[in-house]
Ligand binder design. Structure first.
Ligand SMILES: *Cc1c(COP(=O)(O)O)cnc(C)c1O
Length: 380
């Protein structure tokens, strides 16, 4: 670790941490790649009309990813909000300016009860109402057919193919049923960026919209992407802060700004992602995870294993389960003790889990060994 590690935060009295949790928003989400920072720096030399930059940057990204149209947003969360606004207000300027009051508009976003999740709040911000279909135990085709009504603005789908849910209604069925009734389908595919043919695949399958979190691609974590058919992205753009200022039509997207620096940064991040050596990226992540794992093996009462997943935004990882009657310390205690250490190490036991999952996404070189050794010392 360099001697000036985290100085910029220490000068303010904030404590920098080693991030073994992964790409989490609360710790900063991502570290922009050098080519992204260079693009952002070059953007500073001139101003540019953002209506034009959004269009050109969107076209460049759509071409690289192989989708009809793309739009840069203030995180994937904003892409979700703008998409719901687009489904409710469309290109009617009076309705765009009326949101979040949805009087006279279709305002229901259907979501499987099984698929309620942390970010579905973003679907409500523009005034839409979430309406659940199916039960906690499963969803049938009939459930969706019955749920679609005169107020249905869209059906939402949360895609995580590395953790398939056989009880959920599939996206194929969702698209078929929704489209037969003229209802658009929105997909949260924020982390579905690898393998590369997965990136953008839901729009290619026929979904009207999908979002991606650019934080997972070494772009600033405040950036995100909307992909969709041309009509959906055109309507989504009309809800944005760029349209608010550029067209003088006051849509709900105004507080969700993106810098011009960030816009060219996302283009550079997507270019890097589409052309980089992913085998090298995966090998580097696997090596870091094995370095975290090595000191944890062979300790009585400890089960530490490498996760072998390479799909999505966060490959590999280490799972850690302990028998606290043998180790004398629980996973929750480990999380607390690591945070209280110097430097603090942040990990977590996810809601509903019993063990810790460590990820290499946010680790600088050398921090992998520090994490493994500090945990091993607590367990011995
Ligand atoms: C991170 C994430 C989001 C939110 O993305 P932001 O870019 O942080 O707004 C939405 N959905 C999923 C599945 C995510 O992982």
């Amino acid at each position: 670790m360099s001697t000036d590690w985290g100085d910029i935060y220490k000068e303010l009295g904030a404590r920098p941490v080693i991030n073994a949790t992964g790409s989490v928003t609360m710790l900063g989400g991502s570290t922009p790649a050098p080519e992204v920072l260079e693009a952002m720096d070059r953007a500073n030399g001139a101003y540019v009309p953002l209506m034009e930059l959004e269009e050109r940057a969107g076209e460049a990204i759509a071409k690289m990813v192989g989708v009809p149209a793309a739009y840069i947003t203030s995180g994937a969360g904003s892409a979700l909000t703008l998409a719901t606004a687009a489904c409710m207000a469309g290109d009617d300027d009076a309705k765009i300016q009326q949101l979040p009051d949805t009087t006279g508009m279709k305002n229901e976003i259907l979501i499987q009860t099984r698929q309620r999740y942390w970010y579905d709040r973003c679907l409500e911000l523009a005034g839409a109402k979430l309406v659940q279909f199916g039960t906690p135990d499963g969803t049938t085709r009939q459930d969706l057919e019955n749920a679609i009504g005169p107020n249905t603005a869209a059906v939402h789908y949360y895609a995580v193919i590395q953790e398939p849910d056989p009880q959920a209604l599939s996206l194929e069925d969702t698209i078929e049923i929704a489209h037969a009734k003229g209802v658009p389908v929105l997909v949260d595919a924020a982390g579905q960026i690898y393998p590369l043919d997965l990136f953008g695949s839901y729009v290619r399958m026929g979904a009207d919209f999908q979002c991606t979190a650019a934080k997972y691609m070494s772009s600033p974590q405040s950036t995100g992407l909307a992909f969709g058919n041309a009509d959906m992205i055109r309507k989504l753009a009309l809800q944005s802060f760029v349209s608010y200022e550029g067209r003088r039509v006051r849509g709900v997207g105004r507080p969700q700004k993106v810098d011009r620096q960030e816009m060219v940064g996302v283009v550079a991040a997507v270019r890097r992602w589409m052309t980089m050596n992913h085998e090298e990226r995966l090998a580097d992540t696997e090596a870091k995870c094995r370095n975290m794992l090595a000191p944890l093996q062979g300790i009585p009462g400890v089960d530490a294993e490498l996760i072998d997943n390479i799909i999505g935004h966060q490959p590999y990882g280490v799972t850690l389960e302990v028998d606290s009657t043998i180790t004398g310390i629980s996973c929750h205690d480990i999380v607390d003790r690591l945070k209280a250490g110097d430097p603090p190490i942040w990990t977590r036991v996810r809601e509903g889990d019993s063990g810790i999952i460590l990820h290499a996404f946010g680790l600088n070189d050398g921090e992998d060994k520090v994490v493994g050794e500090r945990i091993a010392a607590l367990l011995r």
